[in-house]
Design a protein around this ligand. Sequence first.
Ligand code: RP5
Length: 166
Amino acid sequence: MGTLAPRVGLIMGSISDWKILKGASVVLERFGVAYEKRIVSAHRTPDLLHDYAREAKGRGIEVIIAGAGGAAHLPGMVASMTTIPVLGVPVPSTYLKGIDSLLSIVQMPKGVPVATFSIGESGAENAALFAISLLGLSDQTLGDQLIAYRKSLTQSVLDASFPEDE
Ligand code: RP5
């Protein structure tokens, strides 16, 4: 996470979400984006949620990635208290496999948007890439890094070989 002031807030409802949200942190680190990670629970620490959401912008946070599972109210509640873009990551849940998380996050009432990503690891990584896209609008270095990343992604598909051909 380094010593630079964090630009991205990576928050999650429980430490049990870290196994999924870790993927977002790996992407942010690969691009050299300063971030902070916090456990902020909508239901278990509502006062902390309130303080975090209200203070994030003043502390220089530009994007918030919020992951939660089950009755996943964290992203929406944070979005209700800040105008910073909130990127919601539905964490897979034990019984409903994250469908509950996805629907809790995506069905926001009009006026308070949360950008909702896919359930699980892909959603976490894509949320980080989307955060980088947002930052890259005004940060040329990041924008260029993103272009290089996309080229490497294309190349990795073109270079893929079947195991039996190796
Ligand atoms: C949510 O409840 C968290 O985001 C987590 O995904 C889920 C279960 O939390 P734990 O019981 O594992 O702490 O608030």
